[in-house]
Design a protein around this ligand. Structure first.
Ligand SMILES: [Mn+2]
Length: 426
């Protein structure tokens, strides 16, 4: 991946908006002559997979970290052939100025010749012993540490000086210097559909955020330089992005329109969510025409694809669409699943709460919540684990029983769940 390629990504545990908006915005950038590529922070869920499949897209490449890796800073220096004689080894050493010599057989890594081993071999030769020794015979596999190209540069043990061979699956790739620095030009990244540190792909400090397009609360994004920001309190990032196409007089390709339509349907639950604005409806209507689908029919098909959670284990269920939020030093997680009928899920309530508790403990959250949202009735059963019953009572002004609370006319995590809970935690 060339560093001049700008990566566009949505949040961790990506939903349909995060993946589809990243693809749509990367496409807009490309239409404007910018080299941009959509990536995503994790595997597409069922609903997103349905949309990608329907409109002929593959899931973007998954990134879990922006850390600079050894492969980003290695120097490709040809190794010396295993059959090379002393003369050739000496010539190689003079040509490269390196005193640690990687030996290869084709692309296979054989070992390294250190100055001491080379001196011993030369001294033997001077004394008339073993004049025909080869590089392969002098090289030692244990002469120095061998580095994996995927090792994070920040984890590279710099206790030694000089260069080390970089090897993957027995194949020699080049050398990395102990004093290697991250490239001056950082990987440029555009964030869509999120801005909170906890939701950004790891090690973002080793990359550079250059743009941010979002429709969530501002959650403390800090950047090194001035950046392009477009936040709007609308129901979906794709609403903002489709309007950017139109404002810039850019045609929206049919399949990209389908993806952005899917994102709006998903985020607004087909216009039922209180986060839905007239702008979302307008954009979706125009996008459906471009995509050539009937909004209601396609919308219900998409939501149904996402609502089938019957084959998910409790562990998968609580992680599917989980987001972290911080209030002071405390972190909570809030997941959400949307279904057409809550009966089956609520029958599994006690085992789901067990899985929530494991999630909570393994991440050190003060509380872990799961919204079980009924799309048709537009209500939510909020279940939780942690010693947070008082917080939940205070947040919603209702009695709580058995780690659960029923909330009528509630579908939006962002608008109806996060603000009261964070407020009650203060
Ligand atoms: Mn969104």
């Amino acid at each position: 991946m060339s560093k001049s390629t700008i990566l566009v990504t949505g949040h961790k545990n990506p939903d349909t908006d995060s993946i589809c908006s990243a693809i749509a915005y990367a496409n807009l950038k490309q239409q404007l002559g910018v080299n941009a590529k959509a990536i995503c922070a994790g595997k597409a869920n069922k609903e997103t997979s349905f949309a990608l499949n329907y409109f002929g897209f593959k899931q973007p490449e998954i990134y879990t970290s922006f850390a600079v890796r050894v492969k980003d800073v290695l120097v490709s220096i040809d190794g010396i052939d295993t059959n090379a004689d002393l003369k050739a080894i000496d010539a190689w050493r003079k040509k490269t100025g390196m005193n640690r010599i990687p030996v290869v057989n084709g692309s296979s890594y054989i070992g390294v010749i250190t100055p001491k081993h080379l001196l011993d071999a030369m001294s033997d030769a001077l004394n008339g012993k073993n004049l025909t020794i080869t590089a392969g015979e002098i090289a030692k596999t244990t002469a120095c540490q061998v580095i994996s190209p995927s090792l994070k540069l920040s984890d590279f043990n710099r206790g030694h000086s000089g260069a080390f061979p970089v090897v993957e699956d027995g194949v020699y790739l080049g050398m990395v210097w102990a004093n290697a620095e991250p490239p001056k030009e950082k990987q440029k990244v555009i964030l869509v559909d999120h801005n909170e540190a906890k939701q950004i792909i790891d090690d973002i400090d080793e990359a550079e955020i250059i743009e941010n397009i979002d429709h969530h609360r501002i959650g403390g994004l800090v950047t090194e330089n001035p950046i392009f920001i477009h936040y709007e309190p609308v129901g979906c990032s794709s609403t903002i992005i489709s309007n950017m196409y139109w404002q810039m007089n850019q045609d929206i390709p049919k399949n990209i329109a389908g993806l952005m339509l899917s994102a709006i349907i998903s985020d607004t639950v087909l216009f039922r969510s209180p986060t839905c604005t007239p702008k979302d409806k307008d954009a979706a209507t125009r996008l459906a025409t471009i995509a050539g689908v009937d909004l209601e029919t396609y919308g219900m098909e998409l939501l149904k694809a996402g609502a089938d959670v019957s084959d998910l284990s409790d562990e998968q269920l609580v992680r599917t669409d989980m987001k972290e939020f911080s209030a002071g030093n405390d972190t909570i997680s809030i997941g959400q699943i949307s279904v057409m009928d809550t009966t089956d899920i609520l029958n599994r309530k006690s085992s789901i709460i067990k899985a929530l508790e494991e999630l909570r403990q393994s991440n050190g959250y003060i509380g872990s919540y799961l919204m079980i949202t009924n799309i048709l009735e537009e209500s939510t059963d909020l279940i939780f684990s942690g010693d947070i019953t008082d917080t939940v009572k205070k947040a919603f002004g209702k009695e709580v029983s058995d780690n659960a609370i029923f909330l009528e006319k509630t579908m939006s995590r962002k608008k109806q769940i996060v603000p009261p809970i964070l407020g009650a935690m203060k």
